[in-house]
Write a protein that binds this ligand. Structure first.
Ligand code: NAG
Ligand code: NAG
Length: 152
């Protein structure tokens, strides 16, 4: 079931944030991308390259609930490149097989898992069109630059 390109086990953000979703099971999420921060290099002695890249952004669902996403390593860099090359301002994003983790603020957020997580920006699917049509506001995605995020 999970190998099909268009099979998604979409999980509601409200269920994730309320903590009822089992964090040991990867889930799929869909939302509109908001607040893509700068790609930052986080120094860490545990990493062979002296640190790792990290990128954070938000997803908003049709209930206007925000879910924070944190990508690390090459995955963060790849996403950032894709994002910069996006062809339209409004980007609907599907992330397959995300892992749920608690942030330092004790809020559930999603993160990538090596060799497993897949990201699709505005995939050619009816669900993308539905979400694009639903969006009532103008076609602007604010890009917030917050370099100090790396210092957390
Ligand atoms: C779908 O996700 C839910 C959690 O939201 C999980 O309990 C369930 O096992 C998942 N189903 C499959 C087929 O992966
Ligand atoms: C996210 O993906 C990158 C690149 O594949 C990897 O280096 C990093 O460890 C992944 N994050 C997790 C938590 O597995």
């Amino acid at each position: 079931m999970c190998s099909s390109r268009t099979y998604f086990n979409l999980t509601e953000f409200v269920s994730i944030l309320s903590g009822i979703v089992n964090p040991n099971i990867c889930v799929d999420v869909i939302g509109k991308i908001l607040n893509v921060r700068e790609l930052v290099f986080v120094p860490s002695v545990e990493h062979s390259q002296g640190g790792y890249f990290e990128l954070c952004f938000g997803l908003r669902d049709t209930e206007c609930i925000h879910l924070e996403c944190r990508l690390t390593g090459d995955f963060a860099v790849e996403f950032y490149d894709l994002w910069k090359r996006r062809s339209r301002n409004t980007v609907i994003c599907i992330i397959k097989f995300v892992k749920l983790e608690l942030s330092q603020e004790h809020r559930w957020r999603c993160t990538n898992v090596t060799g497993c997580t897949r990201i699709m920006l505005n995939p050619d699917l009816s669900i993308t069109d539905e979400m694009l049509c639903w969006n009532p506001e103008n076609d602007q995605v604010p890009i917030i630059t917050r370099k100090e995020n790396a210092m957390e």
